[in-house]
Ligand binder design. Structure first.
Ligand code: NAD
Length: 257
């Protein structure tokens, strides 16, 4: 098992869903954790604290570069910096491109793409100084292929994969690596909303869930947050040290089609 004791991981958007699953895997492997995200963090902090590492929470809204800077300064002050940065916070909005609300486009680009740039540029100097680091961007299969109704999300996630490649090249001769993970459907609040929207048209909720999977994910099973956590641990391990600039799909066969 990968030992990350002495390392500090910052996982954006870790009060829910995939980010929480990844935070739990990193804490179980011994890392100190800085959580981030909206909602009541006290329950999530207690859940992550059970593994014995130091745990903090910073409430930065990652659509605001100044709040991201404040979060990285907090990490430096309270934890001695960020060794593992998991850029995970993300939102979704589904609408045809010619009806897409402009303010939703702006928020999705800010949260799903620009925040990755800001947290990475602010964390990299500390990683370089320590001679080790991992930047892991939670992109999506939608970073590699499109789907109707998801103009902003698909554009942002494709951008994240491009940014991942550049950071991987700029760190290639160091012990800092940068990679993207591209999940297919994971049953989190972000996806439950899409199932609920389908069910609202009168379809049975179970059928709506089945239809969502059947359209894209040949396994007909959801990817789980613990499975994503294990992939993050691999990328943090010595075995993952030469994985650089990858866009690693974990998607029940979505992209094999
Ligand atoms: P989620 O809605 O369960 O969790 C999102 C998290 O981000 C929450 O903790 C929320 O508080 C936080 N967040 C939202 N806006 C924020 C902001 N402005 N500042 C700080 N935190 C903010 O969603 P999820 O499904 O766990 O998604 C996590 C990531 O995984 C996203 O980037 C998403 O695009 C990606 N992803 C999800 C799926 C899926 O099927 N669920 C598939 C591929 C990729």
């Amino acid at each position: 098992m990968t030992t990350l004791s002495g390392k500090t991981a910052l996982v954006t958007g870790s009060t829910s869903g995939i980010g929480l699953g990844i935070a739990l895997s990193l804490a179980k492997a011994g890392a100190n954790l800085i959580l981030n995200g909206f909602g009541d963090a006290s329950k999530v902090i207690a859940e992550v604290e059970q593994f014995g590492g130091k745990v903090g929470h910073h409430s930065a809204d990652v659509s605001d570069p100044a709040q991201i800077a404040d979060m990285i300064a907090y990490a430096e002050r309270e934890f001695g910096g960020v060794d593992i940065l998991v850029n995970n916070a993300g939102i979704q909005h589904v609408a045809p491109v010619d009806e897409f609300p402009v303010e939703r486009w702006d928020s999705i680009i800010a949260i799903n793409l620009s925040s990755v740039f800001h947290s990475t540029r602010l964390s990299l100097p500390g990683m370089r100084a320590k001679g080790w680091g991992r930047v892991i961007n939670i992109a999506s299969v939608h970073g590699l292929v499109g789907s109707t109704g998801k103009a902003a999300y698909v554009a942002a996630k494709h951008g994240v994969i491009g940014l991942t490649k550049v950071v991987a090249l700029e760190t290639a001769t160091s012990n800092v690596t940068c990679n993207a993970i591209c999940p297919g459907w994971v049953l989190t609040p972000l996806v439950q909303k899409q199932i609920d929207d389908r069910a609202a048209t009168g379809i049975d909720p179970q059928q709506a869930q089945h239809d969502l999977l059947a359209e894209k994910q040949p396994s007909l099973e959801f990817v789980t947050p613990p499975q994503l956590g294990e992939l993050v641990l691999f990328l943090c391990s010595e075995a993952g040290a030469q994985v650089r600039g990858a866009a690693w799909n974990i998607d029940g066969g979505w992209l094999a089609q």
